[in-house]
Design a protein around this ligand. Structure first.
Ligand code: ATP
Ligand code: MG
Length: 428
């Protein structure tokens, strides 16, 4: 018999791991909500052209990482490799960019890459985009918002903000020409990849991993001397706002990011806890993209976080989240089961935050207790003959040294209220 397996690079997130994912996503949605950002959900499939035009024909993503295929009408479609292009498309299509907008999205993205730790073919991003605000206070707000999220996750100590400005389109063209000239003079010392990129995407050579190319780059002209005045002022003000907020960063003049649509601010949050896949979040300004998509000239700025890498980081720091039940309900016979199910139903409506698992499928007391223990539940709630006759229940602790107790309805309600309060405390 053949055994099916998930496609290479596409990963199942199993029940033991989902509590951490839910915690990660919940903290994000809390932080974003607290800043007035609203969620947007767009399709996973878009026309290939949308990505080719916005991300750029000669970027890694479009050249070799996209899952593209003809649909039955022979139109070329692609699984989205990132979320910004779709978000801008949707905002323009629905005429939402008349006034400033703040939105966020989350979901699977697809890139045909070599799978390794922190690098998958289906992975998940949570991204934020804001439109219609050209001033650097927006860039600052986005970075402060990231910091809030990191703080709530307890990972702000292990993340570093790297910041750069890549100026206006024109400044970048002039810089590109100067950089290309310089690198052509050192062509033979460049690695193969950089030699190839010299004609297609010379700026990407700046973040090369090759040591020989890095050595050549030491003498290369610097973007900062080509920067236009407006971009420089924008950057200076951003740095000032960050310093006011006590958010420190590392200037990285070689940070350019792999997508064509950026201008002015670019940034990445990196960590030394994850090996080669060190960037957990990246973003920047893309002031030309909305008009390129047929909307009216509107500034844009955003970021995307890689959720797999954040999960790896949380795991590396031993952060845990659990969804273990509070109560596991056990009953002695059919009659007791009937009572137990009714009581479970009442508890779930009166104490809606408690996680109550009803044992199903019968079996001896002993086997039911085994299951209760395996479920991770804090308490077993027992409906035996005696309890049913007296109108009581017995609560047996499975994880603590608390006393076993037999309670009537009133006692039970008191106990459950305490349990609920305790669970709330742990969450906060
Ligand atoms: P990298 O340089 O690591 O390939 P990137 O610059 O291609 O990253 P972006 O397009 O900026 O990545 O995406 C934002 C974030 O999404 C990245 O910082 C990373 O955390 C995450 N990410 C990107 N590609 C992958 C992938 N294949 N698997 C898992 N996470 C990814
Ligand atoms: Mg990449």
């Amino acid at each position: 018999m053949s055994q099916y397996r998930a496609i290479r690079g596409m990963v199942d997130i199993l029940p033991d791991d989902t509590p951490l994912w839910q915690m990660l996503e919940q903290t994000a949605s809390d932080v974003l909500g607290a800043h007035g950002y609203q969620e947007i959900r767009t399709p996973i499939v878009e026309s290939t052209d949308l990505f080719a035009r916005s991300i750029g024909e000669v970027t890694d993503i479009v050249e070799k990482e996209m899952y593209s295929f003809p649909d039955r009408n022979d139109e070329s479609l692609s699984l989205r490799p990132e979320g910004t292009a779709s978000t801008v498309r949707a905002m323009v299509q629905h005429n939402l960019i008349q006034s400033p907008q703040r939105v966020w999205y989350r979901g699977p993205m697809f890139r045909y890459e070599r799978p390794q730790k922190g690098r998958q073919r289906q992975f998940h991003q949570l991204g934020v985009e804001a439109f219609g605000i050209a001033t650097p206070d927006l860039d600052a707000e986005l970075l402060l918002m990231c910091r809030q999220w990191w703080k709530r996750l307890g990972i702000d100590d292990v993340l570093t903000l790297e910041l750069n400005t890549i100026g206006s389109g024109e400044a970048r063209q002039r810089y590109k020409a100067a950089l290309t000239d310089y690198l052509r003079g050192h062509f033979d010392a460049l690695d193969d990849d950089s030699q190839r990129r010299l004609d297609t995407n010379p700026l990407r050579i700046l973040d090369t991993k090759s040591e020989s190319t890095q050595a050549v780059l030491k003498g290369a002209p610097s973007m900062s001397t080509f920067l236009d005045d407006e971009s420089r002022a924008h950057h200076d003000r951003l740095c000032e706002l960050l310093s006011l907020a006590g958010l420190s960063f590392v200037p990285n003049p070689n940070l350019v990011r792999g997508l064509d649509y950026y201008n002015k601010t670019v940034f990445e949050w990196t960590t030394d806890k994850l090996g080669a896949q060190a960037t957990v979040c990246g973003g920047g300004r893309y002031d030309a993209m909305v008009s390129q998509f047929g909307g009216r000239d509107t500034a844009g700025c955003g970021f995307a976080a890689g959720l797999e890498r954040l999960i790896l980081l949380l795991q590396a720091l031993d952060v845990e989240a659990s969804a273990d039940p509070d109560l596991y309900i056990i009953s002695s016979d059919e009659n007791a089961l009937g009572k137990a199910m009714l009581e479970a139903d009442r508890i779930r409506s009166e104490f809606p935050t408690l996680n109550v698992v009803q044992h199903l499928g019968g079996g001896s007391f002993k086997s039911q207790f085994k299951r209760a223990d395996k479920s991770g539940a804090a308490w077993a709630m027992v409906f035996g003959e005696e309890e049913v006759a007296q109108g009581t229940v017995t609560l047996k602790p499975l994880r603590s040294r608390d006393e076993q107790m037999t309670l009537d309805r009133e006692g039970l309600n008191k106990f459950l209220a305490q349990l609920e309060a305790l669970a709330q405390d742990v969450e906060e």
